[in-house]
Design a protein around this ligand. Structure first.
Ligand code: GLY
Length: 369
């Protein structure tokens, strides 16, 4: 049974998230957006295209003015302005004008890049998100952040541009490789930790079904996880304040991701960052020791790391300061007051950050102890 979750700004519904288990109702949803009279361009990458590109193109063909597909190579290294430029060229060649629409079919790279092309082509055209990874379903497809990497910096160039619809076919999660699936799960766990203790407990209770990718459990999980994100982005769509709570685990996480040359997945680094931030919260007596160890250990059954080897703690500290989530020279750190209640704190010291990095650093000494 499909479910929907409206995202509302200024008391008006801006777009719906649809949770379903196939592509069967995709055209119905597009028809509501007046797509019969529009040109539609699916933008996807080479991997997702092989799996779902033709199926989605077939759904559109013959129902709208024109349905076309633009495919770019899979991989974070293609989340660039060059890819955006190629999308513009393709849209111009296919005669796309301001009333036409893009469909981002893929994971975070496809969603962010397509969203940015939509935000800027002809000063902005509509787009929808059809996220196909757990990371994109739980996080990046919601809330209108679009953008590309630039000059070695992640998401350095971008815009806020709300999609017209987020269509989640949860059955696509069955084709995701394990490591990518569990990496996406870190963002789900994070959403429970920052805002919803009951959801966090539910995730632990449903551990078996989540690992088995039971579709009904995944539907409930994403509905609840996206409800947390909805509450945050509705209040603060452009990250003037509270939206930064979604960055729990990301300050140290991003630094590790960069130091490791992006060989660890984003969600794996987020899990490490969550453990480090929970450690600081414990040391400040915001969490109990039991809570800290529970948070840490509960990543393990979901195949997420809680320690990392071969890092240089002072390099990680330095990299936390080059994170763009700084304000007036201060790191906006996210800590936990308790499970289900995160707070933004700008007073975390270098010593506290170093101690947290050492806590998650698995060194040779540990191995020989
Ligand atoms: N990924 C965090 C946010 O959407 O704000």
């Amino acid at each position: 049974m499909a479910e929907r979750l409206p995202i509302t700004y200024h008391k008006e519904t801006c777009y719906d998230i649809v949770f379903t288990q196939s592509f069967e109702t995709l055209w119905e949803e597009l028809a509501v957006l007046g797509c019969e009279n529009r040109r539609l361009c699916i933008v996807t990458d080479s991997r997702v295209n092989e799996l779902y590109g033709e199926e989605v193109l077939h759904i559109l063909t013959g129902k709208c003015c024109k349905a076309v597909k633009y495919v770019f190579p899979n991989g974070e290294e293609h989340k660039t302005l060059d890819t955006v430029k190629e999308i513009y060229k393709y849209l111009i060649a296919e005669g796309f004008d301001r009333k036409d629409m893009l469909l981002a079919l893929g994971g975070g790279v496809v969603g962010d890049t397509t969203g940015y092309a939509a935000a800027t082509y002809l000063r902005g055209i509509d787009y929808i998100q059809i996220p196909t990874t757990l990371l994109a379903q739980a996080d990046s497809s919601i809330g209108g952040k679009t953008g590309v990497d630039f000059d070695g910096y992640k998401n350095m160039v971008g815009a806020f541009k709300m999609p017209r619809l987020v269509y989640m076919n949860l059955s696509v999660l069955h084709t995701l490789e394990d490591r990518q699936y569990f990496s996406g799960f870190a963002e789900v766990m994070k959403n429970g930790l920052i805002k919803d203790a009951m959801f966090y407990e539910w995730l632990i209770e449903k551990m078996y079904e989540i690992c088995e990718r039971d579709l009904d459990v995944l539907q409930e999980m994403l509905h609840r996880s996206c409800t947390v994100k909805k509450l945050v982005v509705e209040k603060d769509p452009t990250e003037q304040g509270e939206r930064a709570l979604l960055n729990f685990g990301h300050t140290i996480g991003h630094a590790i991701e960069k130091a490791k040359g992006f060989t660890l997945y984003h969600g794996e680094c987020v899990a490490l960052g969550c453990v480090a931030a929970a450690y600081i919260s414990w040391k400040r007596e915001m969490l109990t020791m039991e809570e800290y160890y529970e948070i840490r250990d509960m990543f393990v059954p979901f195949y997420l790391p809680i320690s990392v080897d071969e890092i240089n703690p002072s390099e990680i500290l330095r990299l936390t300061k080059s994170d763009k989530k700084m304000e007036a020279g201060k790191i906006k750190f996210v800590l936990l007051n308790k499970i289900g209640k995160a707070v933004i704190d700008t007073t975390v010291t270098d010593e506290e950050i170093l101690a947290a990095i050492n806590e998650i650093h698995f060194s040779d000494e540990d191995a020989h102890a």
